[in-house]
Design a protein around this ligand. Structure first.
Ligand SMILES: [Zn+2]
Ligand SMILES: [Zn+2]
Length: 143
């Protein structure tokens, strides 16, 4: 049986921000050095930046974004014919996209191509002709 889970791009492409607060040490209990934390949402990121921007013991706030591709819901069977990918060994290709990209699973039994994540609204956005996104090959190793 094919699983009906249809993950949308924003459920599969996850952003995380690693934050480093650089502390000068103000003699009031704040230690010198870096304090590191990781958040999952822009709201949390901006809250931390706002909170520490006024803190006299913090001299800098650095952050870096990480992009993670969640492979925990990759379909294990063809959505069209139900053939298990573990039996038919589906072809796997990478489909470049505005959202980050899709894993394209081609069924060897019926030829049906299944996108993971599914094509969402953010995928059909018109692409600016001179903005070409370059992505290091991120085809995840899944079995
Ligand atoms: Zn199929
Ligand atoms: Zn997309």
């Amino acid at each position: 049986m094919a699983r009906a889970v249809k993950m949308s791009p924003n459920e599969v492409w996850r952003y995380r921000w690693d934050i480093a607060l650089v502390r000068s040490g103000d003699g009031n209990g704040l230690l010198q050095g870096e304090l590191r934390m990781t958040v999952d949402t822009v709201e949390e990121l901006s809250e931390i930046i706002l909170r520490y921007s006024y803190n006299p013991g913090v001299v800098a706030v650095h952050f870096e974004r990480r992009i993670e591709f969640d492979v925990s819901h990759v379909p294990d069977a063809c959505h069209n014919c139900g053939e298990s990918y573990s039996v038919s060994s589906a072809s796997r290709r990478w489909h470049e996209c505005e959202c980050g990209g899709h894993l394209l699973l081609g069924c060897t039994a019926c030829g049906f191509d299944q996108y993971y994540p599914r094509i969402g609204q953010e995928c059909v956005r018109e692409r600016s002709p001179h903005v070409r996104r370059h992505r290091v090959s991120q085809l995840p190793a899944v079995c």
